[in-house]
Design a protein around this ligand. Structure first.
Ligand SMILES: *Cc1c(COP(=O)(O)O)cnc(C)c1O
Length: 411
């Protein structure tokens, strides 16, 4: 089966066409709508997630540890599926921690990041035995206190705010003044504090940015992280358990964007894995979110009304930014661009008409496709928004206008 190709977009591999209809495996979208119980909903394609992890593993060195950052898609069934495919889970809240523990994943393979951990969250992490990626000196003190109170040795790693920035990242999270991590200059003192408390540093974590489609920039950042860890650990009496390089692997959402080239990253990582084994005695960890799930998801809504205003056609749907803020362009985009969109029950028809797809909310921000060439559509037709497997419902203002929440299924 071949993927669906859109005029303005790259292939959407995870989905097929059955006659006129979009299909997930053998399941046509009209039947899926009935199975779910109506629109709007998100469907995540199990096969696509499994294949994604397999092709990533094939391109990367075998000794590299692959983690899933749950915040990209915390749906319990998705987390459960990924727990069986990756080497560890990264969480950033108490609820994500519970979701990770519920999968049966060994707490030793779960880490907890986030700049605003509450005392209760820190205590939960210590009690669970997961590793805290500490983002400040006061988090370190709170973790030590929680360990003392509970009579447990807290598992501690430090998130480092490096002096350098990740180039070409869609969202930068390291370099210069940041709420994330401990400035690299202050890390040696934090390591000394951990030792003074009679504990070991389990690892270092550097996360410099997200949504990067530039292989060379990612490789440079990974090399700089290893060099940074070598400097920070020079002269350390005992080793750590791992070095977490972060992730940042991007997904092509918009026309003209190309998928990340994995081959050069895999090659560079092979050399880095060997280097880190020699100089630091640790395995490398990569933590990915959207890269593992974004392309496996589709958001499906139904056209309620078709109207023409001053010559422009609007398809008004039952889904919108309250479920899918990212597709509306309001989740960090500077210039709004269209996600790949299709009329899911008219895939056999030519894109003959320029139409805009909007949601039901009373705001001009509720736009799912801006003046896009699509097959002519009207009430009852189904709209599919692709690349929707990450930062969907959990990253959208579901309560805005008080419509029902989006349903989610793993198919
Ligand atoms: C958000 C985040 C991720 C996942 O980012 P993606 O862009 O979805 O891959 C991973 N690690 C940390 C620390 C994060 O904050």
């Amino acid at each position: 089966m071949s993927g669906i190709v859109f005029a303005q977009h790259a292939t959407v591999d995870a989905f097929q066409r059955l006659g006129a209809e979009l299909a997930l495996g053998a399941l046509p979208v009209s039947r899926l709508v009935e199975r779910v119980g109506g629109t709007p909903f998100y469907a995540y394609h199990r096969r696509a997630i499994v294949d994604r992890v397999a092709s990533l593993r094939a391109a990367l060195p075998a000794a590299l540890h692959l983690h899933y950052a749950i915040k990209a898609n915390p749906m319990p069934a998705v987390v459960q599926l990924l727990a069986g495919l990756v080497d560890g889970l990264d969480v950033a809240s108490a609820a994500e921690l519970r979701a990770a523990l519920d999968t049966g994943t060994d707490p030793a393979r779960i880490s907890f990041a986030g700049p605003g951990k509450t005392a209760a969250e820190i205590a939960q992490a210590v009690a669970a035995g997961v590793t805290l990626n500490l983002e400040s000196e006061s988090q370190l003190e709170q973790a030590l206190a929680a360990g003392e109170r509970l009579g447990l040795a807290p598992q501690l790693a430090l998130r480092v705010n490096p002096a350098f920035e990740l180039k070409a990242a869609g969202m930068r999270m390291g370099g210069g003044p940041r709420p994330f991590g401990i400035d690299e200059e202050r890390v040696p003192a934090a390591i000394a504090r951990i030792r003074a408390a009679g504990l070991r540093l389990r690892g270092l974590h550097v996360y410099s940015g997200s949504q990067n489609l530039n292989a060379a920039a990612l490789i440079e950042s990974q090399q700089r992280v290893v060099a940074l860890a070598e400097r920070l650990c020079a002269g350390a009496p005992e080793g750590m358990d791992w070095l977490n390089l972060g992730g940042g692997f991007g997904v092509p959402y918009f026309p003209g964007e190309k998928p990340l080239e994995l081959a050069p990253i895999g090659e560079a990582l092979s050399a880095l894995v060997a280097r880190a084994r020699d100089t630091l005695g640790v395995p490398l960890v990569l933590e990915l979110g959207r890269y593992l799930v974004a392309e496996a998801g589709v958001y499906v809504c139904r056209v309620l009304d078709r109207k023409v205003s001053h010559g422009q056609v609007f398809l008004v749907t039952d889904g919108g930014l309250h479920h899918h803020l990212a597709a509306s362009g309001n989740f960090g985009q500077v210039l709004r661009k269209n996600y790949p969109v299709a009329i899911a029950n008219r895939l056999d028809a030519d894109a003959t008409e320029v139409q805009s797809v909007v949601g039901p909310l009373c705001t001009p921000l509720d736009l799912l496709a801006d003046r896009m060439a699509l097959p002519s559509a009207g009430p009852g037709d189904l709209v599919a928004v692709f690349r929707s497997g990450a930062y969907g419902p959990s990253a959208s203002p579901a309560a805005f206008l008080s419509h029902p929440p989006a349903r989610e299924v793993l198919v």
